[in-house]
Ligand binder design. Structure first.
Ligand SMILES: [Zn+2]
Ligand SMILES: [Zn+2]
Ligand SMILES: [Zn+2]
Ligand SMILES: [Zn+2]
Ligand SMILES: [Zn+2]
Ligand SMILES: [Zn+2]
Ligand SMILES: [Zn+2]
Length: 558
């Protein structure tokens, strides 16, 4: 295949990657901004820059020309990891360890499961804790289960913490072989998608400051920066090798390597994986390094004899950062565990690797060292950066409040979707900071200022529409109109609202009826003739029955 055909196919690969990368996320503004200028420039630069590596790799029987990558079928042997068995074991038995007055005995029992030199003492400890748990030839996982049961920590409920941790523990006890495909690629499509997309609806995994659709950091400049140097290649595994889009949007591990054919010096940079690089990273790292070393030695037809050193320290001179490189140089940091390997045949005459180069602006295709837009293109978008979707938009932005009440600028789509209008202060707030109260929308701060919770129904209402009442405990509280009408009456005497059941229904002088609270009862009396609570008329008659109440009767009544 000649160079122009190769470049054409690479363009298609890049467009495919851009489309795959945006498939499961709403944060697509960077991909939307990618122009043919950018794609053509990247395809061409990268095809020429990686030609030496391509010539070497393409000699391999596992070279996939369409992918511009080696596809190595690997098997991973996973041996029991003593540290992990110990930590899972103590985690599962933590309750029992907490309760016992002989912790050492439990620790000795756990040690049986991870230390082959501790069989005898371990078994003795287990027998003391759970006499029936151990038997010769019984599977270790079953011995552990029986121990847990005897110690009262075995929660057999489906999906319980115990079940979950126990499954991990049992799994860790046995060695197993796992098949996988390792892609070793010089394809720029795989470089720009090196970290998975941010905002993936399927759950984000293996994202980083190199995620191509992020404009939060500038390091994703390195996606194209690595793609344009002569020596970098990217090794990765994916969620499902049968589902091609996962090569571009669902990587499960990835590492940048660098090698110059015929130079015998291999850089292996930081391992990124789905668990955030803690458990299993160095183990996988070593496995992938071995596979790649073997492949390169085989292709160069030399003995596969390498010595490996940390990239930080004595051998740091082996790797230089290329001019204009704007990616994150992981290999310069000790805790990211970068490695350089030197092959015996070039121990004395290898030359340092120059890793990374200028990246490209996705908009105009020119070189840049910061982020995915050059200064000009960024300026052309001045002020149109949406702080919600992290994208650049042509239309004007809107000022809205964030959760903490700070002003931020967002695009119209984000405002309409994620923010709501407070009819009280006239500002937009995040949807979950807005409450509907009596058919009006209030932000949290307006709600707190102008509305109150009804003591009875616990709904918010505008305070102006609420009534202060005296509740059953004698406290003054606010209630809404509905609740006021349902449970309370205004006292004829003092004008306060009280609970209806605690008030007295009286007949007034003019024949009307009213409620009176206990404190105001003094001016009323029971008519000895009709037995109603009344306000006696000035002429001494009862307004209810009309009878004359004389003093004697009055005394009797009291
Ligand atoms: Zn530009
Ligand atoms: Zn937006
Ligand atoms: Zn408001
Ligand atoms: Zn109410
Ligand atoms: Zn109400
Ligand atoms: Zn009263
Ligand atoms: Zn009467």
């Amino acid at each position: 295949m000649d160079m122009s055909e190769l470049i054409e196919r690479t363009k298609q690969n890049i467009w495919q990657a851009i489309s795959d990368y945006g498939k499961h996320t709403d944060q697509t503004s960077v991909m939307d901004d990618c122009t043919a200028n950018f794609v053509n420039q990247l395809a061409s630069d990268s095809c020429y820059a990686k030609q030496e590596l391509r010539e070497l790799f393409s000699k391999s029987p596992v070279w996939d020309a369409n992918l511009d990558a080696l596809v190595i079928n690997g098997t991973r042997t996973h041996d029991p990891d003593p540290d992990r068995i110990y930590s899972l074991g103590t985690d599962i038995l933590s309750e029992a360890i907490y309760r016992t007055d002989n912790r050492n005995l439990i620790y000795e029992a756990i040690r049986f499961f991870y230390d082959p030199n501790y069989e005898e003492q371990g078994i003795a400890a287990i027998k003391q804790l759970a006499p029936k748990a151990y038997a010769p030839n019984k599977k270790k996982s079953r011995v552990f289960k029986a121990l847990c049961q005897a110690l009262g920590v075995a929660d057999e409920t489906a999906g319980s913490d115990f079940q979950r941790l126990y499954a991990q523990f049992a799994d860790e006890l046995t060695s197993k072989k796992i098949g996988f495909k390792l892609y070793v690629s010089i394809n720029p499509a795989h470089f720009i998608t090196m970290s998975n997309p941010k905002g993936d609806h399927r759950g984000t995994t293996l994202t980083s400051c190199h995620s191509f659709n992020s404009t939060e950091y500038e390091y994703n400049n390195g996606c194209t920066g690595y793609a344009r140097d002569k020596v970098s290649f990217i090794a990765f595994t994916v969620a499902d090798p049968a589902d091609k889009e996962t090569l571009n949007n669902r990587k499960t591990t990835r590492q940048v390597f660098a090698y110059k054919p015929g130079n015998g010096l291999l850089l292996q940079s930081r391992m990124y994986n789905t668990s955030g690089g803690v458990y299993g990273a160095s183990e996988d790292s070593k496995l992938y390094r071995d596979l790649i070393q073997r492949e390169i030695s085989m292709l160069e037809n030399v003995p596969n004899l390498w010595k490996t050193y940390p990239t930080v320290g004595e051998k740091s001179f082996c790797v230089e950062r290329g001019d204009g490189f704007g990616g994150y140089p992981d290999w310069e940091y000790e805790n990211f565990d970068g490695k350089v390997s030197i092959r015996a045949d070039h121990e004395e005459d290898f030359r340092s690797l120059v890793v990374g180069s200028y990246g490209l602006c996705v908009s105009c295709g020119c070189e840049t060292s910061y982020g995915v837009y050059c200064e000009d293109c960024k300026d052309g978008r001045g002020g149109n950066y949406c702080e919600c979707c992290e994208g650049y938009v042509d239309e004007e932005l809107y000022s809205v409040r964030d959760r903490r009440g700070n002003w931020i600028e967002v695009c119209e789509d984000c405002r309409d979707e994620n923010f709501a209008y407070c009819e009280c202060c006239g500002e937009y707030w995040p949807n979950d900071c807005i409450t509907e109260i009596d058919d009006r929308y209030y932000c949290d701060s307006c709600r707190d200022e102008y509305c109150s919770e009804c003591y009875e129904c616990e709904d918010y209402h505008h305070t102006d529409n609420m009534t202060e009442v005296v509740n059953a405990r004698g406290d003054e509280v606010l209630v809404c109109e509905d609740c006021r009408d349902r449970y309370y009456e205004q006292c004829e005497g003092c004008g306060e609202y009280h609970i209806r059941e605690e008030m007295t229904f009286v007949t007034l002088r003019d024949g009307d009826h009213a409620y009176v609270c206990e404190d105001c009862m003094d001016s009323y009396e029971i008519c000895p003739h009709c037995d109603t609570m009344i306000e006696r008329c000035e002429d001494g008659t009862c307004p209810e029955c009309g009878a004359v109440i004389d003093e004697k009767e009055e005394d009797e009544a009291v």
